[in-house]
Design a protein around this ligand. Structure first.
Ligand code: AMO
Length: 429
């Protein structure tokens, strides 16, 4: 069977009138009008009208359901249809795959299906142009992020996801049997990315991480994608600058290059205003107190607090200088106040998109911080050893890509921007 195509549908144009082409795709609609049958045919790039003439073609078309795949050999011609400047007059129709009828969801999205039904039929849901646009935008975000980091001398790395000891202190770990041993799924690349600054100075990784959190919110998944960086000779302020450039460039790229996706989704992407505000944790506590929320220095900011703060700061902003006791063992204290840390979160309104900071690079300090936090330093021997081999001062961050996508697309539920989301209830497809 031959199924080669000469053109993507989206690459055809009116200058090709009279030209013979082979196109292939999924049938979105079939309309019979007297002696003619019109097919709407879609491939990943666009949609075209196909005109079938002749009894044989009409007979073949009778057996077709929507979503069946055909290849059309035909000639580009002028069209009378309002929506199509040109159409393809079919000379030969090859039926490649027949789709079932009825389908579990309406693939075009004219009949709205709920998110669970759509996720259960995700591959089909991607025929809905809104869904497809989300994942085309996600692709562009990823390539922009890679470009910005590469231009800033970061080297992309891949670290293990099956690990022997916890990277974030021990809570929320998925454990698994690794032959006769106990293993875990990585919650982040934290320890590896820090160690890699010894050899590569600036590294980044884009990968899936795992958190055994029974959170039923629109922003938590048990498997999520994170963009992580770590950089030698940088302070938390320097890596905040990098994070700002990464986010701004990605939005700028999408604004300029993804107009079709914005139109399909009914959104307008705008390059964010810079610089992002840097609000200290102390100032945030003061602002909350003006809003009637009384917190002590050292209290964590709960969801409701962040929502109130988000009303004052609706866009991107950094929340910096958190109390040491709220931060993981690897975070460095401030020089002028040992109770505060050189750390930050990047917020979008109430939503935390990223956290990061300057790390401890002195092995003695790191060991005593582990013990202070009740962690067993014996579990971290491999990591601590690397700190004796010339560990540079370093800083980094982890950015939740799914949450960033939800901000970009203005879609609250991260499940919508992840192809096959995993949450406490969902383990398939
Ligand atoms: P943290 O635990 O804050 O930091 O994670 C970094 C970012 O990852 C995203 N994220 C999640 N997204 C969806 N579902 C989840 N369950 C989930 N958990 C986290 C968030 C969050 O801001 N090692 C540090 C980073 C660093 O300091 O370099 C870390 O993992 O957007």
């Amino acid at each position: 069977m031959d199924f080669k195509r000469t053109h993507y549908i989206g690459h055809l144009d009116s200058s090709m009138i009279g030209k013979k082409v082979l196109v292939g795709g999924w049938i979105e609609d079939i309309r019979e009008l007297g002696k003619l049958t019109f097919l709407t045919l879609r491939d990943v790039t666009g949609v075209a009208q196909i005109v079938l003439v002749g009894n044989e073609a009409l007979e073949q078309a009778k057996g077709l359901n929507r979503q069946s795949i055909v290849r059309i050999t035909g000639t580009v011609q002028q069209s009378k249809a309002r929506d199509f400047p040109f159409e393809i007059k079919s000379e030969k129709i090859d039926i490649l795959t027949l789709a079932v009828h009825p389908l579990p969801i309406d693939p075009i999205g004219r009949l709205e299906s709920n998110i669970d039904n759509r996720l259960n039929a995700r591959a089909l849901d991607l025929r809905n142009q809104k869904t497809a646009s989300i994942f085309k935008l996600r692709h562009h975000m990823l390539s922009s992020i890679r470009k910005t980091l590469t231009e800033n001398y970061f080297i992309e790395v891949n670290t293990p996801k099956i690990i022997g000891s916890a990277s974030e202190g021990g809570a929320n770990l998925f454990s698994l049997k690794y032959f006769e041993k106990q293993a875990y799924l990585a919650q982040s690349p934290q320890l590896y990315k820090e160690q890699l600054t010894i050899g590569l100075e600036r590294v980044f990784e884009i990968a899936s991480y795992y958190r055994a959190e029974k959170s039923h919110t629109v922003r938590h998944l048990t498997e999520f994608t994170s963009v992580d960086i770590e950089a030698a000779f940088m302070d938390y302020s320097d890596v905040m600058d990098i994070l700002e450039i990464v986010v701004v460039n990605a939005f700028d790229y999408a604004e300029k290059n993804c107009s079709a996706e914005q139109k399909t989704l009914g959104i307008e992407i705008k390059k964010p205003t810079t610089p992002f505000e840097r609000l200290t944790y102390k100032k945030a506590i003061e602002e909350l107190s003006h809003d009637g929320i009384k917190l002590e220095i050292g209290d964590d900011l709960q969801d409701s607090h962040l929502r109130t703060l988000g009303e004052r700061h609706p866009g991107f902003y950094f929340l910096i200088d958190w109390p040491m006791k709220l931060k993981p063992f690897y975070i460095h204290e401030k020089d002028d106040d040992l109770t505060l840390s050189r750390s930050f979160d990047l917020q979008y309104g109430y939503l935390e998109l990223s956290s990061g900071g300057t790390r401890l690079h002195d092995p003695k300090k790191l060991k005593s911080r582990l013990e202070e936090q009740g962690l067993d330093s014996a579990q971290f021997v491999d990591h601590l050893r690397a700190f004796d081999w010339g560990m540079p001062p370093h800083s980094g961050w982890g950015l939740g890509l799914d949450r960033l996508m939800s901000v970009l697309t203005k879609i609250d539920n991260v499940r919508e921007v992840v192809l096959y989301p995993r949450d406490p209830e969902r383990l398939s497809p």
